[in-house]
Design a protein around this ligand. Sequence first.
Ligand code: HEC
Ligand code: HEC
Ligand code: HEC
Length: 87
Amino acid sequence: MNKYVIALFALLAVTGSAFAADVIDLKRGVKFTHKQHSEVVNDCSKCHAGEPGKIADFGKDWAHKSCKGCHTEQKKGPTSCKGCHNQ
Ligand code: HEC
Ligand code: HEC
Ligand code: HEC
């Protein structure tokens, strides 16, 4: 491997953390289809204020307001406990 290739791999290792998993496992058995949502919603800023990444105040309150809020508003996606929680 030449120096250029090694530098490229090093760069990928660092920037790789800027990508989210396709499906993110959240508390109480919520399987959040991040990739699918990114495509359907088609606007990162609907969920991420500023630079996309970990959501600072993410948790129950955020989720029940933002996740459920959008599903209610768009009449798409689950709004019942069991629709999101498997446990
Ligand atoms: C429907 C809401 C929603 C949309 C749209 C969305 N995200 Fe996310 N994203 C989330 C949630 C929820 C998390 C996980 C929250 C947490 O752990 O802070 C997350 C996490 C992430 C993470 C951190 C992953 C990790 O494990 O560190 C990145 C990076 C990210 N999103 C990028 C994006 C980008 C880029 C887009 C647009 C193409 C996008 N997101 C669109 C809701 C969304
Ligand atoms: C800005 C709007 C929006 C936000 C915010 C949003 N959703 Fe959704 N969600 C949708 C839409 C639209 C669908 C229907 C997608 C379809 O039918 O293709 C959906 C579908 C779903 C589904 C059923 C289909 C699947 O992908 O499993 C689940 C579960 C779900 N959302 C969970 C969540 C969770 C958890 C959050 C918050 C972390 C969230 N959603 C935030 C718009 C949103
Ligand atoms: C649209 C999806 C959605 C619906 C509907 C929903 N939740 Fe949630 N709920 C979430 C998400 C996402 C979280 C945050 C998970 C995390 O912090 O990892 C959460 C968090 C919670 C928590 C806190 C878990 C913990 O350990 O911190 C409880 C308790 C909870 N929900 C109960 C309920 C009940 C009861 C209902 C029905 C009245 C409900 N949820 C409806 C998505 C949903």
